[in-house]
Design a protein around this ligand. Structure first.
Ligand SMILES: Nc1ncnc2c1ncn2[C@@H]1O[C@H](COP(=O)(O)OP(=O)(O)OP(=O)(O)O)[C@@H](O)[C@H]1O
Ligand SMILES: [Mg+2]
Length: 466
């Protein structure tokens, strides 16, 4: 260690706070060092900016206490450099009496506090402690934010061909500025897809602003979307920024677009055609948004019924992406179950539960009218209620635990040999009756013996060479 810097072993550093004292006046450094050591802080010292920077690079410093005026570098320059190297260090400046101006500009650059010389022990200790506390809070806040991000980060789970197709279309659409219309039943993941499109676009660093057109009263939707000037209507006490303005540089997600009133439809059409709009009672503004719209209604039927403008429909429907219902991609169910079990166990502070085979079978048999959202809710509930180390049928809602696999429609290409069709139907029926051959025979209107014979035929076939 150079003689310019030294680390003073502190009393047991109960709080683990390290303060770096920087001043060219050695006597000042020494007395501050004594004060902080007595307070139980760990102390590093430096007599110029260069060594101070070195200390910050090599040690975890919580608070930097620096003189504002030093030969060579000013405390202000040191502050800037430190904020570059290690933005989480809180800086407290020591200023000569009367140099408040400089201190104020330092505060603007991110210093936490300043104390005037001659220093008072109580004042300086209090300031350093408060700076350390603030640093701790900022760090804590950041880690909480990271955790929230982790919990709320929503990936699109699934590997079915249906979902992969949707993701392919979305990936192609994302980089362009084209308007995307996301279609699909309730709970299929339309909003998730919209966010995904935003995240994959050139506007990903811009805002993603979602508006649920059905949730906002018709009378205020226009001013919500486009904003209004002060006094534009009774009650408009101040100027208000609309969602279009808030989404500038990013993506505006218009959810439940099928619910728009004719008046708002006209205004939206204008934005899509001209790229500009007028806030209520205001002047024309350029729109800088990419629009992704979604609906669970049959928009074309709405057009035919005269409830939705045809021209607007075509403007929105530049690229259409349809989120498939969950029952059309049952093979994604195990992956989704796994994903949600992991997510909700973590959220509820439970060790990861495994899922009994029988429970998974029930989940796969169910029709899921509420799609992924319904599945997510069922899993959350099961995780919260479960007492054991695994999720069983008993943790599922009654109507799902008892769900009988609905007989599934089978499809065969024209020209499929009859024998093959017969066998598939028999096998699917047996799956449905959970292997009960006499029940399957009843359903198929044939004898149990016939079922045995047909299945035996398979066995014979499979051993026959060639
Ligand atoms: N493929 C998926 N992978 C993981 N989570 C999904 C998937 N699809 C949907 N979800 C989750 O299901 C829930 C419903 O999704 P989302 O809100 O996007 O559906 P929606 O189609 O907008 O529904 P609604 O029409 O009811 O508004 C969300 O919590 C979402 O994160
Ligand atoms: Mg939605």
């Amino acid at each position: 260690m150079s003689d310019e810097t030294s680390q003073v072993p502190a009393r047991p550093a109960d709080e683990g706070v390290t303060v770096l004292v920087v001043d060219d006046e050695r006597s000042n450094v020494e007395s501050l060092e004594k004060i902080f050591v007595r307070e139980g802080l760990r102390v590093l010292v430096a007599y110029d900016a260069k060594h101070a920077l070195e200390q910050v690079r090599t040690h975890r410093v919580h608070v930097l206490l620096t003189d504002l005026m030093m030969p060579g570098t000013t405390g202000l320059e040191l502050l800037r450099a430190i904020k570059q190297v290690s933005p989480e260090v809180e800086v407290v400046l020591m200023t000569a009496f009367g140099s408040v101006e400089a201190a104020v500009s330092a505060m603007r650059e991110g210093a936490y506090d300043f104390v005037e010389k001659p220093l008072k022990r109580m004042t300086i200790v209090k300031s350093v402690r408060k700076a350390a506390e603030r640093g701790r809070l900022v760090a804590e806040n950041r880690s909480l934010k990271d955790e929230i991000k982790l919990l709320t980060r929503r990936e699109i789970v699934g590997s079915s061909a249906a979902l992969r197709h949707v993701l392919d279309v979305a990936a192609q659409a994302a980089p362009s500025l084209a308007t995307v219309l996301v279609l699909g039943e309730s709970g299929t993941g339309k909003e998730l897809l919209a966010r995904h499109i935003h995240d994959k676009s050139a506007r990903a660093t811009g805002p993603f602003v979602a508006v649920n057109c059905a949730a906002i009263p018709e009378t205020i939707l226009e001013s919500e979307l486009f904003g209004h000037e002060r006094g534009a209507f009774t009650g408009a006490v101040g100027k208000k920024e609309g969602r279009f303005a808030r989404a500038a540089g990013g993506t505006l997600f218009l959810d439940e677009i099928g619910e728009l009133s004719p008046q708002v439809q006209v205004k939206l059409l204008r934005v899509l055609q001209e790229g500009e709009y007028e806030p209520v009672g205001g002047d024309t503004v350029k729109a800088d948004v990419r629009i992704v719209a979604a609906t669970n209604r049959d928009l074309l039927a709405e057009v035919q019924a005269g409830r939705f403008r045809e021209d607007l429909f075509y403007r929105l429907n530049v690229i259409a992406v349809t989120a498939p219902p969950l029952r059309a991609r049952r093979e994604d169910i195990p992956l989704l179950v796994d994903h949600f079990v992991g997510m909700y166990c973590k959220k509820n502070g439970k060790p990861r539960l495994d899922v009994h085979r029988a429970a998974l079978e029930r989940l796969m048999d169910y029709e899921w009218p509420g799609n992924v959202r319904e599945l997510e809710n069922v899993i959350e509930r099961a995780v919260v209620l479960s007492r054991g180390a695994s999720l069983t049928e008993h943790d599922l809602p009654e109507h799902i635990a008892r769900a009988q696999a609905a007989p599934r429609a089978l499809e065969f290409p024209i020209g499929t040999p009859l024998g093959e069709i017969e066998l598939r139907v028999i096998k699917e029926t047996l799956k449905h009756t959970k292997g009960d051959k006499s029940l399957a025979a009843q359903l198929l209107g044939i004898s149990t013996r016939t079922i045995y014979r047909k299945l035996d035929g398979v066995a014979e076939d499979s051993v026959r060479p060639g």
